[in-house]
Design a protein around this ligand. Structure first.
Ligand SMILES: Cc1ncc(COP(=O)(O)O)c(C=O)c1O
Length: 447
């Protein structure tokens, strides 16, 4: 379910969530205002878990805390029975405070300082997913100092350098220019065998898991290594971790290349190529095909516990951001809607987001606009070249499905961070993050 399923229109033509008038919420808390829906948050988690448990016997769903690390959001998920995936010492701290026990956490990420590892081991985290030989040595020494044998996973990275000519493909060229930034995660395919051997020398580590993120290619890559670990090293994996990357299918984005093509199409008088609907497989069919692939690929190996680390799927569809329209201007042949929050509080994804008007909920006349935030970046886009209900100054818009990577990656650049509220299915409103004041922003500065 999504937050939209619980939206309705109340008396004054106002949008309401579980009967709570959203204009009233903006009057009380101001804008920008994050609104999270507790019911769809829990439903998304339960749907994800059920999709896997229906097709596979041993499943661990680890909510990716960085997606939305608000304490109350994390608490709701801990109480719903989620495990946690943490990716920094801060994440670990948040998860503990929210109520996740260490033995219901796995620790991911390419950067794990010694102190963070020590803290994780003190809290008895279930698994540390190791990404490099040096991290393995560091963790081995920390575990040794603490007299612990720590269970670990190896993160595998399927990256292979493309040839010069294939890197010239427009989709690959930007990545090539950036030195293929994803290649730095985990062990490359050529290093995994060496990592198995190296582990023989790491007396304080116990290999229990292979991991890859995102899930899309994980099994093709990991299953042969599971066999190799068992046949050549006598090591049978207790866990198989397919990472995150599960798309809830509610928010689209576009990129430089499609925008370029769209410009050319429009200039030549053809329709837009941006509004094609994306078809995303249901989580039930994704889970089914993962379970089938695991069973098919395992052969004689015992079935491992299947770990998934969803973030967006759970938090994304249950949040929305309410923004006030400051003004509308026409420039460069487009209508620009300037609102009071942008990429300071939303991820920059060249958004193809769903936008509704809060104070005139039944408005139907649409126009093509760019919705942009208050920052000074030219690309401070909330939505680009999108057909949205016609708005005017002081209207309030709701940007749906932005519960993921928004609050947790927001910045104080030019504006303090806004209030966030959590609305229950009974229409109870709880402030889960207070609006920052200017003095909050300055709080740690010294003259
Ligand atoms: C290692 C790892 N696991 C899980 C996730 C969550 O991914 P998503 O929100 O796409 O499900 C991420 C996101 O970057 C990640 O890096």
């Amino acid at each position: 379910m999504t937050i939209r399923d619980y939206l309705g229109i109340e008396g004054d033509n106002h949008l309401a969530l579980h009967g709570v008038d959203l204009v009233g919420l903006c009057d009380e808390f101001g804008t920008p205002l994050f609104v999270f829906d507790e019911k769809s948050l829990v439903e998304n988690f339960e749907r994800f878990r059920r999709a896997f448990e229906d097709v596979y016997s041993k499943v661990m769903v680890c909510y990716s805390v960085k997606t939305n690390n608000n304490l109350a959001i994390c608490r709701v998920l801990a109480e719903s029975g989620a495990f946690a995936e943490v990716a920094s010492e801060l994440d670990l701290h948040v998860a503990l405070k929210a109520g996740f026990r260490g033995d219901r956490m796995i620790y991911d990420g390419p950067f794990k300082p010694k102190d963070a590892l020590r803290k994780a081991l003190e809290e008895k985290v279930l698994l540390v997913n190791v990404e490099s030989f040096s991290e393995m040595e560091r963790l081995n020494s920390v575990a040794g100092e603490m007299g612990i044998e720590q269970a670990i996973g190896l993160r595998v990275n399927p990256f292979r350098s493309p040839s010069f000519f294939s890197s010239l493909h427009p989709n690959k060229l930007i990545e090539a220019g950036f030195c293929y930034p994803r290649c730095r995660f985990g062990f490359s395919l050529g290093e995994v065998h060496k990592a198995f051997e190296f582990l023989g020398e790491m007396k304080n580590l116990r290999l229990e898991c292979l991991m890859m993120h995102p899930y899309t290619e994980a099994l093709k890559v990991l299953l042969p290594f599971m066999k190799e670990a068992s046949e050549e090293f006598g090591c049978e994996m207790k866990y198989l971790n397919v990472g995150g990357g599960f798309d809830p299918g509610v928010t689209g984005s576009t990129g430089d290349f499609p925008l370029m093509l769209d410009f050319i199409r429009r200039e030549l008088g053809f329709g837009s190529s941006l509004d094609k609907r994306r078809i995303v497989s249901s989580i039930e069919s994704v889970a089914k095909s993962i379970a089938e692939d695991v069973r098919r690929g395992l052969g004689d190996l015992p079935e491992p516990v299947l770990i998934a680390e969803p973030g967006r799927f759970i938090a994304g569809p249950s949040g929305m951001l309410l923004l006030r329209v400051d003004h509308v201007k026409v420039a460069g042949g487009y209508r620009w809607v300037l609102v009071d929050g942008g990429t300071n509080i939303l991820p920059l994804i060249y958004g193809r987001r769903t936008i509704l008007i809060v104070n005139r909920a039944a408005a139907s006349e649409k126009e093509l606009v760019n919705v942009v935030g208050p920052l000074l970046y030219p690309k401070d886009f909330v939505a680009i070249k999108m057909s949205v209900p016609r708005v005017k100054e002081d209207d309030i818009i709701a940007v749906l499905y932005c519960g993921a990577y928004s609050l947790s990656s927001s910045t104080q650049f030019l504006y303090p961070r806004p209030t966030a509220v959590l609305v229950s299915s009974e229409g109870k409103v709880r402030v889960i993050r207070e609006k920052e004041t200017f003095e909050d922003v300055l709080h740690k500065d010294k003259l």
